[in-house]
Each structure stands twice: as structure tokens, then as C-alpha cells.
Design a protein around this ligand. Structure first.
Ligand code: DGL
Length: 265
């Protein structure tokens, strides 16, 4: 029997599309509702209290409307701060996004890794905990960059962005004491994999960039392994929480991931 309930993916903006890309690869038939809280964007400069008050209520309302089978918080900031609150508030499986410190530590040869996220994410005790558990023998440097989040949004809208701005985000990590040893960078904000090619291009030396998207997709596949999917592809929905200028390049990025309907809710 076919089951039309969608997967709901959530982010403050377009960042979660990097997670959706991996989900599409693994579960091409899955109906998708992608919720972008552009009305609350950006999250990375907000307080813990603001995020934990906003996200569970917002997801509760969208879950009532779209009846998903599972929710994915495709946002490191919201996950590291509000995952437990969302799980407590909703009677649905909720998958979170964890900074990929473990795979980064596994791949680093120099034993020095960088964590590039939002200001809010990099100050979370959750990051201390992951570093202690999985990268105890590594130097772990962190940098929060609201600028890089804005650059990723601009790039998807099709606006021109400068190499210097991308280089500045990387310098925030690489110019710290010990930063010259970094060989692996955790993209601990879902916006950043969308512009990983730009980061690689301006990097002063070859760096490995690691993110958690493929792992999240595998987790979703495991949690839904006994469930049916529709036999034909259903129209994906992009939901925005505030009026948005969907430029042709943004529309194309959404459509490339099957998000051809746009709701304002
Ligand atoms: N994409 C989000 C993250 O993964 C946050 C971007 C923002 O709104 O600051 O952290």
C-alpha cells in the first residue's frame, strides 16, 4: 500500500537543501515538504531562548498542516539548541543535525580540525561534548560566521558574491593560533555545503570539507525502512514563513530538488 505522508525538512533558510540533496539521492520517491523559516532568519545570531521558544511551536503548526511521517531539523543551530524541545513537543520521529566532528577527526592527518558554523552553534556545550568524545587527540578550533550564511543565501538567489568574502570566513578559522595545522573543516551549518566549492577555491591550501548530510539521509532511510512510498513522484513543496522573492536561480535550485510548489504559511 502506498503512503503519501511526506518527510518534512526544516531550516531557517535554504541551508537544509544541502540535506535534501542527500535525502533525494537515497529516497527518490519520498514526498517532501521543505520548510524555510525565512521570517525568523538568521538563527545563528539569535539567543538560545529565542530559538528554543520559536522552533517547536513553528514545527508543530506545520506538522499539523502537512502531516509528515518524520521531521528533520536540517539546521545545526536549531538542532544543537532545540532538538530536545521539539522532540518533547511533537509526537513524531525527529532527526537532528549534528556537527560532523566524528568523521572529521577520523579523516584528519594533522590532528587539527576546524568547526565552521554559526555563532550560536559553535558556542554550544554540544560541540564541547562531541569534541571531547570523538576528537580528544585533535586541536579543535571553531569559528562562527553569519557572513557565510548570508553569502550562501545570496549565491542561491543568483547574486554576485566575492571570493574575498569567502576567504574572510575561512580566515576566521585558519588565522587562529594553530590554524595553520588544520587539514579538515567541519561544515557545521547546513548552508555551507551549498558553497563548499567556493570555499575550496579560495582556500590557501587543499582542505577536506566534511558535513553530515549523507549520515542524516541514512538515518532517515533507517527510520522509514518498513514504510511504503508513493509509486509515482509527487510534487515537492517549499514552504516559507514570510513573503519571499523567489528569483529564477532560487526557483531553479528548488525545482532541481523537486520543490516545484511554493506555499506561504
Ligand atoms: N542553516 C543553519 C544551520 O545549519 C543556520 C543559518 C542561520 O539561520 O544562521 O546552522
Amino acid at each position: 500500500m502506498s503512503d503519501a505522508r511526506p518527510l518534512l525538512l526544516f531550516d531557517s533558510g535554504v541551508g537544509g537543501l544541502s540535506v535534501l540533496r542527500a535525502v533525494r539521492d537515497l529516497l527518490p520517491q519520498a514526498p517532501i515538504v521543505y520548510v524555510a523559516d525565512n521570517g525568523g532568519f538568521p538563527y545563528g545570531t539569535k539567543s538560545e531562548a529565542e530559538i528554543s521558544a520559536r522552533v517547536p511551536a513553528l514545527l508543530g503548526r506545520r506538522a499539523e498542516r502537512y502531516r509528515p511521517r518524520l521531521i528533520t531539523i536540517a539546521c545545526n543551530t536549531a538542532s544543537t539548541i532545540a532538538l530536545a524541545h521539539v522532540r518533547a513537543a511533537l509526537d513524531l520521529p525527529v532527526v537532528g543535525t549534528v556537527p560532523a566532528i566524528k568523521p572529521a577527526a577520523e579523516s584528519s592527518r594533522t590532528r587539527a580540525i576546524g568547526v565552521l558554523g554559526t555563532e550560536a552553534t559553535v558556542r554550544q556545550p554540544y560541540v564541547d561534548d562531541l569534541s571531547a568524545r570523538f576528537a580528544g587527540d585533535c586541536l579543535v578550533l571553531r569559528h562562527g560566521s553569519a557572513g557565510l550564511v548570508a553569502l550562501a543565501e545570496a549565491a542561491l538567489r543568483g547574486e554576485a558574491t566575492s571570493d574575498a568574502a569567502f576567504a574572510a570566513a575561512l580566515s576566521g578559522l585558519l588565522d587562529q593560533p594553530g590554524g595553520e595545522r588544520i587539514d579538515t573543516i567541519v561544515l557545521a551549518c547546513t548552508h555551507f555545503p551549498l558553497v563548499a566549492d567556493r570555499l575550496a577555491r579560495v582556500a590557501p591550501r587543499p582542505l577536506t570539507f566534511v558535513d553530515g548530510a549523507a549520515g542524516i539521509a541514512r538515518r532517515i532511510a533507517t527510520l522509514t525502512r518498513d514504510q511504503a512510498w508513493p509509486e509515482t513522484l509527487t510534487e515537492g513543496i517549499a514552504v516559507f514563513t514570510a513573503p519571499v522573492d523567489v528569483t529564477p536561480p532560487l526557483r531553479a535550485s528548488l525545482a532541481a530538488l523537486g520543490l516545484t510548489r511554493i506555499d506561504l504559511l
